[in-house]
Design a protein around this ligand. Sequence first.
Ligand SMILES: Cc1cc2nc3c(=O)[nH]c(=O)nc-3n(C[C@H](O)[C@H](O)[C@H](O)COP(=O)(O)O)c2cc1C
Length: 172
Amino acid sequence: MKKKITPVARERVLREEDFIVSKTDPKGRITYANRVFSEFAGFSEEELLGTQHNIVRHPDMPRAVFKMMWETLEQGREFFGYVKNLASDGSFYWTFANITATHDQHGETVSYFSVRRKPCREAIALLEPVYADMLEKEKEVGPKAAIETSRRILQDCYQSKGETYDQFVLAL
Ligand SMILES: Cc1cc2nc3c(=O)[nH]c(=O)nc-3n(C[C@H](O)[C@H](O)[C@H](O)COP(=O)(O)O)c2cc1C
């Protein structure tokens, strides 16, 4: 059971050499978590294994980012993105995540693999207000139109520069 965690305005910052690594089954249940993951999320390996990866979902994250993430993976592409995560004590930590899928010989997804590293401050400074705007819109327009509306805000960010989403996040 996922415990209700109250977010607090306290940040934990990854060190330059830190990599948060996790593996999940095709449904997003954690099958592997490294020590840095446990340290930042504030959960033991036992608590993490078998749990849905949304255990570290921060309420400040717009739903549209995760929707994009799953769509990208389902299309057989790797996902890159900035993700604010929630630790068990309510604090938060920003990551730059890369997620890839492993397939069997029939093309079926067997697992997902994610590596996250410390994001640069400039990227967070740029994205934080964008995510806040997306989240506000998601609440404002209601669940049906939320993703569509919120996604357009992010799209405007990279399309206005003539870039794709990947070009945009990788250049931040
Ligand atoms: C390999 C992998 C890593 C993930 N890492 C994170 C993560 O660090 N933080 C997060 O909030 N969601 C992560 N997710 C996405 C979650 O599974 C989930 O879709 C997301 O937290 C949204 O949760 P919700 O659908 O309950 O709102 C990851 C998914 C996969 C497959």
